[in-house]
Design a protein around this ligand. Structure first.
Ligand code: LMR
Length: 398
C-alpha cells in the first residue's frame, strides 16, 4: 500500500530544532524557531500562567467537551485584546470569535472557509511570508499570489511596488493576508500611514483582509501593535482575524488561538460564523480547553492581568534591548556589513541579510542555528552567547 511513497524532508524550521538538540557542541546557539527565551536560554512558564493554572487545578470540575467554538466567554477575551474594550464593532455584535488550536488552527479554518464559500478563492500574501502560510492555503485550494514586501537593498518595505501590484492585479473578492505586527519572517512592519494607504486600497478594490496576529505585545505594546488592524477594522466592513496566544502567554504547546470574523451586520457575521463552525467540525471537531482557560483566568483577574501585562512588557523589552546590543556588538567587530537596520525591526525575528551560504557555514562551523532564509530569532541571544555569535557572523560575512 505505501511502497510507492518516499520520504520527504520535513518542515525546515522544525528540522532545525532537532538538529540543534542533537548537536553536542556546548557553544551551540538556537536562533531558529520562534519561541521566546530568557537570558538563560530557557522558555519559562510565565508567573501569571503558573498562578492561573493553580487556580484551575482547584476549580476545574469537568473535562467534558467544549462546543465547536470553544468557551463562549473566551470570545470576549479574544475580541477585547484585538480591538480594545471600547470597540463599537464589539458593542454592535459585528464580530464573532472561535477558540482555536493555536493561530495555525485559526488559519486553517479561515482558509477552508474562504476556499469553500467565497466566489474567488484567491489570496495575496507578502513576499516573503511565514513558511507555513503557503501549505495551509494550498491545502484549502486557495490560489496564492504574492505582493512585493521586503526590500533586501534597503531592509525596508517595497511599499510603492506593493501598492502598484495590488492596484494593477488584485480583484474584488480577493483576500489579502496582512501581518498585524512583528512580521514573520522579516521583522519589518508597516507604518501606521502605510496601514492607512492599504486600507484605502483594500476598500477601493473590495478585498477581504485576513489579518494574522501572532505576536501581539512583542512589537511596541499590546494596544500599539493592533493600531493598524484597528484602523482597518474601522473602515473595512468585513474581515477575518487569526490570532495566537502561544507567544504572548508563552503557552506554545497548549495550542491556543482565535479566529474572528467581522461582517457588515451582526446577522451577516452570525451567519458566516455558523459556516465557520462546519469547517471547525471537519478539521478537529472542538478546540483543546486548557490554554484558553488559562488565558481567560488571567484576563478576568485584575492582579493576574497586571502581572501578565508586565511579563509581556519584559519579554518585549528584552528583545528590543537585544536588538540594540546585537547592532552595537556587530559594529564593534570589523565586519564590513552595516547591521544597524536590525534595531528598527520588531518582534521576535530579524531578517539578517545573511546569505544561505553564510547561514550554512554558521551552522556547520559554529553550531549557530539560523533559518535558511537568514531569519534569526533574536530572543535566542543571551549575554553569554552574544560575543561568540557576533564574532562568528563577522568571520563568515567578512
Ligand atoms: C515560527 O515561525 O518560528 C513560529 O511561528 C513557529 C512555527 O510554528 O513555525
Amino acid at each position: 500500500m505505501f511502497k510507492h511513497l518516499s520520504a520527504v524532508p520535513g518542515d525546515p524550521l522544525l528540522a532545525l530544532i532537532i538538529a540543534h538538540r542533537n548537536d553536542p557542541n556546548p557553544k551551540k546557539i538556537d536562533l531558529g524557531v520562534g519561541v521566546y527565551k530568557d537570558d538563560n536560554g530557557n522558555t519559562p512558564v510565565l508567573n501569571s500562567v503558573k498562578k492561573a493554572e493553580a487556580i484551575l487545578l482547584q476549580q476545574e470540575d469537568s473535562k467534558s467537551y467544549l462546543g465547536i467554538n470553544g468557551a463562549p466567554e473566551f470570545a470576549t477575551v479574544i475580541q477585547e485584546l484585538l480591538l480594545g474594550k471600547e470597540s463599537t464593532i464589539i458593542q454592535d455584535k459585528r464580530i464573532f470569535s472561535a477558540q482555536t488550536p493555536g493561530g495555525t488552527g485559526a488559519l486553517k479554518v479561515a482558509a477552508d472557509f474562504i476556499g469553500a464559500n467565497l466566489p474567488n478563492p484567491r489570496i495575496w500574501v507578502s513576499d516573503p511570508t511565514w513558511g507555513n502560510h503557503l501549505p495551509i492555503f494550498r491545502s484549502a485550494g486557495l490560489n496564492i499570489e504574492t505582493y512585493p514586501y521586503y526590500d533586501p537593498e534597503t531592509n525596508g518595505i517595497r511599499f510603492d511596488d506593493m501598492i502598484a501590484t495590488l492596484k494593477a492585479q488584485a480583484k474584488a473578492g480577493d483576500t489579502i493576508l496582512l501581518h498585524a505586527c512583528c512580521h514573520n519572517p522579516t521583522g519589518v512592519d508597516l507604518s501606521f500611514s502605510q496601514w492607512e494607504a492599504i486600507t484605502t486600497l483594500v476598500k477601493e478594490k473590495g478585498m477581504l483582509p485576513l489579518v494574522d496576529a501572532a505576536y501581539q505585545g512583542f512589537g511596541d505594546g499590546l494596544d500599539e501593535d493592533m493600531a493598524g488592524l484597528r484602523h482597518m477594522a474601522s473602515i473595512i466592513p468585513n474581515m477575518l482575524i487569526c490570532n495566537s496566544f502561544s507567544k504572548n502567554f508563552g503557552i506554545y504547546r497548549e495550542r491556543c488561538g482565535g479566529l474572528s470574523i467581522i461582517a457588515e451586520t451582526s446577522e451577516e457575521a452570525s451567519n458566516a460564523y455558523s459556516i465557520i463552525g462546519l469547517a471547525i467540525r471537519a478539521n478537529y471537531s472542538m478546540p483543546p480547553a486548557h490554554g484558553a482557560a488559562v488565558v481567560y483566568t488571567i484576563m478576568n483577574d485584575p492582579d493576574l492581568k497586571a502581572e501578565w501585562t508586565d511579563e509581556v512588557s519584559s519579554m518585549r523589552n528584552r528583545i528590543n534591548t537585544l536588538r540594540s546590543k546585537l547592532v552595537e556588538k556587530l559594529a564593534s567587530t570589523d565586519v564590513k556589513k552595516d547591521f544597524s537596520f536590525i534595531r528598527a525591526q520588531r518582534g521576535m525575528f530579524s531578517y539578517s541579510g545573511l546569505t544561505l551560504e553564510q547561514v550554512r557555514t554558521l551552522r556547520s562551523e559554529y553550531s549557530i542555528y539560523i533559518a535558511d532564509t537568514g531569519r534569526m530569532n533574536i530572543a535566542g541571544i543571551t549575554d553569554e552567547n552574544i560575543d561568540y555569535l557576533c564574532d562568528a557572523i563577522a568571520t563568515v560575512v567578512g
